[in-house]
Design a protein around this ligand. Structure first.
Ligand code: HEM
Length: 146
């Protein structure tokens, strides 16, 4: 159970990253190229949103069973416990809220350029927070690539 969830959560990061990058490229090119907002533009933004929400659910599941999450006294002094118990969880939730906000603000706007602009800005901010909070093998001890 733990291993399955961990591998799903670790591997899904790549799906999240690829979909966010695609949605952001489309949004910027629509915004600056003054293109018409199409169903395809909405779809890629929606798929990226769904991927981040699935990642949130897997992360929440892991949070309760991971040996790297601890509320024991003094655990916060340990770099790994602090990262997974506090930093990773809170930064990722903030990023997902920003992406969700971007999607719903774009949805509520009728004008195409404004839809592109909101998606581009909110998704880029979310992506930057995600990139900086992923446990990469070169930033967090014991983290893997997949
Ligand atoms: C887009 C959002 C997220 C991404 C891209 C992401 C990505 C990752 C990655 C790459 C790992 C490392 C897996 C490994 O060591 O190979 C990880 C671990 C973990 N994540 Fe996330 N995560 C996200 C959101 C969340 C959220 C919202 C939570 C909690 C509510 C969470 C909880 C955890 C936990 C507890 C671990 C440690 C698992 C362990 O090694 O025991 N993640 N995450």
């Amino acid at each position: 159970m733990y291993n399955g969830l961990l591998h799903a959560h670790s591997g899904l990061r790549w799906v999240v990253l690829v979909l966010l990058v695609l949605a952001i490229i489309k949004a910027f090119s629509g915004w600056f190229g003054k293109k018409e907002y199409t169903a395809g533009d909405k779809k890629i933004a929606l798929f990226a949103l769904i991927a981040t929400h699935i990642q949130l659910l897997l992360g929440l599941g892991l949070y309760f069973i991971s040996p790297k999450v601890s509320f024991a006294e003094g655990a916060i002094q340990n770099e790994i416990y602090r990262f997974y118990t506090v930093e990773h969880m809170s930064m990722m939730i903030i990023a997902i809220i920003i992406i969700t906000l971007g999607f719903s603000l774009a949805k509520r706007t009728t004008e195409g350029t404004a839809k592109f602009r909101k998606t581009a800005l909110f998704y880029t901010l979310g992506l930057l927070i995600i990139l900086s909070s992923i446990p990469w093998p070169f930033t967090v001890d014991g983290a893997g690539w997949f």
